[in-house]
Write a protein that binds this ligand. Structure first.
Ligand code: ADP
Length: 309
């Protein structure tokens, strides 16, 4: 079953800006899914629509089979959202914050108390339950947000950049907690800027760029594409056509500059031997930009080429 199913979702803001240009996305039950994208790509808009905070211009969103428009309450009951900013009353205790949230879902007091205890224990805050949250550390405040989002036992939890701007230690402890929640059966969607974060936690990944999904695959396939180093070679003499060299991807930048993609397990000697055999002399070589940057460039170039075609 799909925890989330999005079809042809579009959003045009009132100023005419098209933030989502028709996205399709499926997230399977039990998955740990990364939604990656640069600032302004459309991640928050998509999450806003999924959590019924933003109205879509067109398209459909189903959460565990419940349409967010026609079955809003059922859909909402399956979803927990951890927003980017700390947005609880910092003069309340963690216990009150979680209990209040249970109240919004109309939970009877006894069940609310039980759920509050379970959730605060899950995020390792039970012993801090009566501390005014203003006095908690940054990492603890974020964990209060997670406990609050989990109080109604949602089957799908969306975390919007949960580790943005936090130090390494907090980030690692957040990772551990998210892994545990996922292992206990909660489907997790994480938005992040950090490839490293997605890489170490997630099984599937989608990349959104300027309101479109430009990549959607399992993490292993995605990472294979990253295991290619790109080099820029300056040639001694101009070339008209590129030779075909098995195992390497070649691109002509100009008559005397080529770019080569070298998979990590191929060696450079073989490349140079084949270039020499094709009478191509290389006078200098440099490594191209970092891998995530490279991947974004590749995806966007491919997309542009497809659009032109
Ligand atoms: P992300 O979360 O990936 O950073 P957003 O979904 O916040 O991206 O924004 C996508 C684009 O939509 C951005 O260019 C942003 O400026 C624009 N945008 C967001 N909210 C509004 C709004 N209320 N009105 C007009 N444009 C908006």
């Amino acid at each position: 079953m799909n925890a989330l199913s999005i079809r042809n979702l579009r959003k045009t803001y009132s100023n005419g800006f098209e933030a989502l240009k028709g996205i399709d996305l499926d997230v399977q039950q039990g998955d740990f899914f990364a939604l990656l994208g640069a600032n302004g790509a459309g991640k928050s808009t998509a999450i806003g629509i999924i959590s019924s905070l933003v109205t879509a211009s067109s398209g459909s969103v189903n959460i565990f089979g419940h349409n967010i428009k026609s079955e809003t309450n059922l859909a909402k009951s399956c979803l927990g959202l951890v927003p980017q900013e700390i947005n609880f009353n910092q003069f309340d205790t963690a216990k009150r914050i979680v209990l209040n949230q249970a109240g919004y879902y109309g939970m009877p007091r006894k069940i609310a108390m039980e759920r509050m205890e379970t959730c605060l224990k899950q995020v390792d805050l039970w012993d801090k339950r009566d501390v005014i949250s203003r006095r908690l550390s940054g990492g603890m405040k974020r964990r209060v947000m997670i406990a609050r989002a989990m109080v109604h036992a949602p089957k799908l939890l969306i975390l919007d950049e949960p580790t943005a701007g936090v130090d390494i230690e907090i980030r690692r402890s957040m990772w551990q907690m998210m892994k545990e929640l996922n292992a206990q059966g909660t489907t997790i969607i994480l938005t992040t800027h950090y490839l490293e974060e997605a890489e170490s936690l997630c099984r599937h990944i989608a990349i959104i760029d300027q309101g479109r999904i430009v990549e959607n695959s399992d993490m292993a396939t995605f990472l294979k594409r990253l295991h290619i180093d790109h080099f820029i070679l300056d040639l001694a003499h101009p070339i008209e056509t590129l030779p075909i060299i098995h195992g390497y991807s070649l691109k002509r930048i100009s008559s005397t500059v080529i770019e080569v993609g070298v998979p990590k397990d191929n060696n450079l000697n073989e490349l140079f031997a084949q270039l020499s055999a094709a009478s191509i002399q290389v006078i200098s070589m440099k490594n191209k930009s970092n891998r995530l940057e490279q991947l974004f460039v590749d995806l966007i170039e491919n997309k542009t080429q497809k659009e032109i075609a």
